[in-house]
Design a protein around this ligand. Structure first.
Ligand code: PLP
Length: 444
């Protein structure tokens, strides 16, 4: 009888089966990952809808540009290249480190150029929340202690991160805060601001563009008042940077907070402008201790691809300023005029002094929350700030502070228009908002 030798065969066979199992497991895990992602991500498969001229449109139409913006493909492309190729630590002494450092310096200049600052006046942070915290707490810890000045002036319509930072120093550092109430149009009364200044006022913190109602504060006049009384001036420009002309010298700004994801850049990156030239050379107490990066003001390994993304996004904001403004103004005008035609509608905030990429409307008798929720799959809108949208419902503190009676109006909706908004989308949104307002009213 011929004996067959199976030993070699079975080993190869096993190896083959094992590799098939491995490959299929790998594929399966990929599939699982993809499914998990699809479960958690909001809109991998976009639905298509038709506008009133029966043209296809991607739904939901994105009109929440103040909450965040889509990343510009030009930014993403540069970030991808940097992430892949320039992975060195910007503080390392070898070539990869030096190359990364060069990219960081380029981005510093790109950011500085938008506000006519010097590159060495830009400190990278994780976003405007961190910049605002650093500005308020850092100033109190440095100058509050050095000069004994213990008073800050801000406004009731600032973003939560300013209000919470103020509360923090109020409680922990014994700082007195004056919260100015804006006028009905959302603007700060400049006489009131000047009157609020005391001999022990350390700083004024007033935002550039309001994130809920889009009004533009007169930064130049505020800067002049601050200078006249020898008070530091900080401004949260998360919604203003790159969207309205900003000049730190002309406007007498000492500190400015900036965010990447409001300008078609990445999330998780921002900057703080800290004046280093002229008479005031500001020295800020760091809020993050560590390896001493960013001149010791903000420790932590520099996120080079994010920084490059912020730099590129800033450069594009500057370069495309006229084009973007024209596009946004045109679409905003159309949207505003059509929504004004709805009976009982009201544009909240100054009509003249506003950033047109941000409209805020109330419709008498119509709940803003119901409106935003029922339109959710068609038009991505917001009620007030994204930070409070899910739970604060109709009671936005900004809307209330400008005297909008939320019991009558049912609150307000924020409508954002940006670089990627199309006329087709605006037409679609107008139609859907009109239809939904009528439907809500019909229900009562
Ligand atoms: N300040 C204003 C006016 C904002 O609109 C935002 C974002 O919503 C922030 C600060 C916080 O910015 P970031 O998300 O970069 O921390």
């Amino acid at each position: 009888m011929v004996k067959k030798d199976f030993s070699k065969f079975s080993f190869l066979h096993l190896l083959f089966i094992f590799s098939i199992i491995l490959t299929s497991c790998k594929d399966k895990s990929c599939e699982i990952e993809k499914k998990e992602l699809e479960k958690t991500c909001i809109s991998i498969d976009w639905k298509e809808g038709l506008n009133k001229d029966n043209q296809a449109i991607k739904l939901p139409v994105y009109m929440d540009y103040q909450a965040t913006t889509q990343i510009d493909p030009r930014v993403l492309e540069e970030m991808y290249y940097v992430e892949k190729n320039f992975y060195g630590n910007a503080n390392s002494l070898h070539k990869l480190g030096k190359d990364a450092e060069k990219l960081v310096q380029k981005a510093r200049k790109q950011v500085a150029d938008v506000i006519k600052a010097k590159p060495n006046e830009i400190i990278f942070t994780s976003g405007a929340t961190e910049s605002n915290n650093l500005a308020i707490k850092g100033m109190v810890e440095t100058y509050g202690k050095k000069t004994g000045k213990k008073h800050i002036i801000t406004s009731m319509t600032e973003h939560a991160c300013i209000l919470e930072s103020c509360k923090n120093v109020e409680k922990n550092e014994d700082i007195e805060i004056t919260y100015l109430c804006p006028k009905e149009d959302g603007l700060i009364d400049l006489d009131e601001l000047e009157k609020a200044i005391q001999p022990n006022t350390l700083m004024i913190s007033i935002m550039g563009v309001n994130n809920e109602i889009g009004v533009i504060q007169d930064l130049e006049k505020i800067g002049k008042i601050a200078k006249k009384h020898n008070v530091f001036f900080h401004t949260d420009c998360a919604q203003a940077f790159g969207k309205i002309p900003l000049d730190v010298d002309k406007m007498g700004i000492d500190l400015m907070s900036i965010s990447g994801h409001k300008i078609y850049g990445p999330k998780g990156i921002g900057a703080l402008f800290i004046r280093q030239h002229g008479k005031k050379k500001i020295d800020l107490k760091p809020q993050m201790n560590g390896g001493g990066q960013e001149k010791g003001i903000r420790s932590g390994t520099l996120a080079v691809p994010l920084i490059v993304g912020l730099g590129k996004a800033s450069e594009i904001m500057k370069q495309d300023f006229e084009k973007d403004s024209k596009h946004i103004n045109q679409l905003s005008e159309k949207l505003k005029n059509e929504l004004k035609k709805i009976e009982g509608s009201k544009l909240n905030g100054s009509e003249k002094q506003r950033y047109n990429g941000n409209l805020n409307f109330s419709f008498k008798g119509v709940g803003a929350l119901e409106l935003v929720q029922s339109l959710g799959d068609k038009v991505a809108l917001s009620i007030g700030s994204a930070c409070g949208s899910s739970h604060e419902a109709t009671d936005s503190y900004v809307i209330k502070s400008i005297g909008v009676d939320t019991k009558i109006s049912g609150g307000a909706i924020r409508i954002g228009i940006g670089r990627f908004t199309t006329e087709k989308e605006v037409d679609y949104a107008i139609n859907e908002i009109k239809r939904e307002v009528e439907r809500q009213r019909g229900k009562k």
